[in-house]
Design a protein around this ligand. Sequence first.
Ligand SMILES: [Zn+2]
Length: 318
Amino acid sequence: MERAGCVLCSPSPPGKPQWQATFPGDQTFAYVRCPGCGLVYLNPRPGGEEILGYYNRDYYGEGEKKFGAWIEAPRLYFAGKRARRVGRFLPRKGRVLDVGCGQGTFLQLLRREGWEVQGTELAEEPARRARQAGIPVFLGEVQEGQFGEGTLDLVTLWHVVEHLRDPVGILRRISPMVGKKGLVAISTPNVESMQARVFRERWFHLDPPRHLYLFSPETLDRLMAQAGFRMFYLNHFSMEQNPYGWVQSALNRLAFPQGALYSFLKTQPGRKRLENLPLLGKMLLLSAALLLPSVLISLLMAWSGEGGTLEAYFVKEG
Ligand SMILES: [Zn+2]
């Protein structure tokens, strides 16, 4: 484990205790809040090598897909909606980089619409799947000048920024490669959301120790300003993430094993682990009952600006 500080404040004031969250396997991690800017971060946190142990095969999914076919279909549908949304903000289809592109689902959709696509990914297995689909993927973190100065029209980081050890450093590296009027799109859990406030350490999106940072609209804006970007659009509603976030957080609170539904929805390994769970039937019934209320409350929270996840668009300043 190593000590962490606030990446947005310099010097970084000592963080105030926020939540003690338990990783499946009974390991406890502490999230603290920076009294200077409100950023919530994991402290202490596993070191660079150590954290790889928390991204096991279950996390990425075995075989061809992360989830079973009945979950892949809606995921594809929502990725398609996101692809059309990013297209609305740019006058022409250009060159896109998806940081943490996974198996390349989103990039395949953009390529179909005429974009020139490329991705980076830390994990070999999803990168291999993306390459099989003909997507150019660079293994590892974004390097300085890797894609040429001012050559990118769009950079996307879908649920990636909360995983980065040095988000300011990476975004500053990305910034010079983004062209004039180029955009960066980011989605991430919202630590100021109603979900987070109601469920606290049981909130599904905590995901320690993989989520090193938990942003709010303000801290996300501050992060991007340090890399030379200005927020121009913020969306609090994600049908892909938010209703599910309510259901899973409620199950966590009702003392089902942490993240049990999520494990169940994943392919074979997750389901196998739950075969002996006597509460499985009860959990699935309860999930079904919670689904409609969760959609309704997600709509309400998006409307009041307290959605469980944020999808924000930034334009390069200057
Ligand atoms: Zn701070």
